[in-house]
Design a protein around this ligand. Structure first.
Ligand code: AMP
Length: 284
């Protein structure tokens, strides 16, 4: 496995791969890798001749300086995990290699068609501008045949699909299911920041989401949202930022159950902001 640090070295490697005619899978990450990331990489390794993982804590998608500062970083442990997953290349650049001063300062513009004004976009203004900025840049540099994203970041995935469609990019986007701890808690790099007690309380998030599926025949989406929010706000350490039951494609709140309903949640557990989501369509 090769670790690439500069755009110049990356370009050399990508040109060689393209000339060899080999297929290339790509997994973009911000590092602090866990088993959820690893499953994306294992899938890429199984579906492509070569696989590359980027590790880049993208400053332009953070709207909170403390969150950016506190984001865990550990390239050595990440490299070990990626090697064991069969990854061929890591691309781990510095922000100043990726962005000009202007790009770091000014918001990247993209027509989201309304996908960015709800949920994460509402509470993290500019977040998805940064996501599209970095992913489009990495796609241009890496030119992957397939790119792997987790459904854990449900809204992000919907936006990536829109980006590829509207910009007519040639990459195929592969949606990968959420990987959870045995307790049900969705794996996240941010889980490292939870105390033992907070971790115990955070388990309630997925528990309540799963339990809520028992009520889809009895409650409207609005009533069920209220039930989830109320139940979680009563757990020590937890404060729900939003819970929206939306259409999986348009991401707009639904008032009646459909076959495409997904509940998306952001919860503060102490200082740590966690997200999760749950598809209701299989449970009606
Ligand atoms: P991150 O580094 O956390 O931004 O995530 C990099 C990629 O891994 C994104 O496509 C995430 O959706 C995906 N990912 C993160 N956590 C999980 C998880 N628990 N299950 C599945 N995919 C995940």
């Amino acid at each position: 496995m090769k670790i690439i640090r500069t755009i110049e070295d990356l370009t050399l490697e990508i040109n060689a791969i393209k000339n060899s005619g080999k297929s290339l899978g790509f997994v973009p990450t911000m590092g602090a890798l866990h088993h959820g990331h690893k499953t994306l990489v294992i899938r890429s390794v199984s579906e492509n001749d070569l696989s590359i993982v980027s590790i880049f804590v993208n400053p332009t998608q953070f709207n909170n300086a403390t969150d950016l500062d506190k984001y865990p970083r550990n390239l050595e442990a990440d490299a070990k995990m990626l090697e064991s997953a069969g990854c061929d290349y890591i691309f781990a650049p510095n922000p100043e290699d990726i962005y000009t001063a202007d790009e770091l300062k000014n918001r990247f513009e993209f027509d989201f068609g309304g996908l960015d004004t709800v949920m994460e976009g509402r509470f993290r203004p500019g977040h998805f501008n940064g996501v599209v900025q970095i992913v489009s840049k990495l796609f241009q540099l890496i030119q992957p045949d397939k790119a792997y994203f987790g459904e854990k970041d449900f809204q992000q995935l919907a936006i990536i699909h829109r980006m590829v469609e509207t910009l007519k990019m040639k990459v195929e986007i592969i949606d990968c299911p959420i990987i959870r701890e045995p307790s049900g808690l969705a794996l996240s790099s941010r889980n490292q920041r939870l105390t033992t007690n907070q971790h115990k309380n955070a388990i309630e998030i997925s528990k309540v989401l799963f339990e809520s599926s028992n009520f889809v025949t009895k409650l409207s989406p609005k009533e069920l949202s209220e039930w989830v929010i109320d139940k979680l706000n009563n757990v020590e350490d937890l404060k729900v930022e939003y819970f929206d039951i939306v259409d999986a494609k348009s991401l707009q709140t639904i008032t009646h159950w459909t076959d495409n309903a997904v509940g998306c949640i952001a919860v503060f557990c102490g200082e740590v902001r966690l997200i999760d989501n749950f598809r209701y369509n299989h449970h009606r």
